[in-house]
Write a protein that binds this ligand. Structure first.
Ligand code: GUN
Length: 296
């Protein structure tokens, strides 16, 4: 059986296109949605992510400010930047790229961001609303996974979903979304993680398997049920002397072997990744609509 390859780029392009009338309605009333992305330090992967967030804003005609600070920036300096952005009417969405240098406490910074500008959906206020089934700004990668399922008419209702990984930015929120009452939800959700004794026994139960562990190609074909839907959230750099950059990107799933036995699978790159940025753009527009009271 040949699996359907879930084309994240295509879904991301559709979502961005659908944002255009909402952006136009805001602009008609004199509001250009604005995103500020703050990067502290010089982590190359973070630099790439932040640059692509800025480019995505440009392409959609959103205003963006990319604020680059050296690794030695103090926590107080960063908190000052966040407070200024909280007060800046041109900025509707604020994100501080993680990871932050170890002398800065991420939670302190997250708590300083106004919840109604928290386009990452990381603030405890937004995490709480998500868990209560009343989401406002939803964390971008979990939100993107829901959009992928919707686009491919994959209804999780009544299905066994296994999420591998319990991070605050993917594992926990995607589990919370899929177990809610409502559309593209109503699933029976199990969260497995590094302390799960027999991981393969759990993952083999999954009708929908979400891999978000951050370990290259850890999910092998024997761990997956025939005909399952596999969502691979991993983006791992593995050394490859044969490539120009000296590395290649692989997911948490051994793609070739798993693709042979499942019904749908996301590739890496080009699967979940493009959705994260599309949902960041969506959240920025949503935040602008809520903050200004302008709704199309
Ligand atoms: N680092 C890796 N992914 C993300 C993300 O979605 N948001 C932020 N702020 N930092 C990240």
């Amino acid at each position: 059986m040949a699996a359907t390859i879930i084309e994240g780029k295509k879904v991301s392009a559709r979502i961005r296109k659908e944002l255009k009338p909402r952006i136009a309605a805001l602009k008609e009333k004199g509001v250009t949605p604005g995103l500020a992305a703050v990067l502290v330090g010089d982590d190359p992967a973070s630099q790439t992510y932040v640059a692509s967030k800025g480019r995505a804003c440009d392409k959609l005609g959103l205003y963006s400010e990319i604020i680059l600070k050296s690794a030695g920036t103090s926590q107080d300096e960063l908190l000052d930047i966040v407070r200024q952005l909280n007060e800046n009417d041109q900025i509707h969405g604020i994100l501080v790229q993680s990871p932050l240098p170890s002398h800065i406490d991420e939670m302190t910074v997250t708590l300083a961001i106004r919840p109604d500008k928290d386009v990452d959906g990381f603030h405890p206020h937004n995490v709480g609303l998500l868990l209560l089934g009343r989401p406002a700004l939803i964390s971008c990668t979990p939100f993107g996974i829901i959009k992928l399922l919707e686009h491919y008419d994959i209804d999780p209702e009544g299905k066994e979903v296994v999420v591998v990984g319990r991070s605050n930015i993917v594992g926990k929120p995607v589990a919370a979304l899929l177990m809610q009452k409502g559309r593209t939800a109503n699933a029976t959700v199990t969260v497995a993680h590094s302390r799960t004794p027999d991981l393969a026994e759990v993952t083999r139960r999954a009708d929908i398997l979400v891999a978000a562990i951050g370990r290259p190609e850890m999910i092998t074909a024997d761990m997956v049920k025939d005909g399952a839907v596999v969502i691979d959230v991993g983006i791992n750099r593995v050394e490859d002397a044969g490539t120009e950059k000296g590395y290649r990107l692989v997911g948490d799933v051994a793609f070739e072997a798993v693709a042979d036995k499942v019904s749908h699978i996301t590739p890496v790159p080009g699967g979940v990744g493009p959705l994260t940025i599309a949902m960041l753009m969506t959240n920025t527009v949503t935040a602008a609509e809520i903050l200004t009271g302008i709704d199309s």
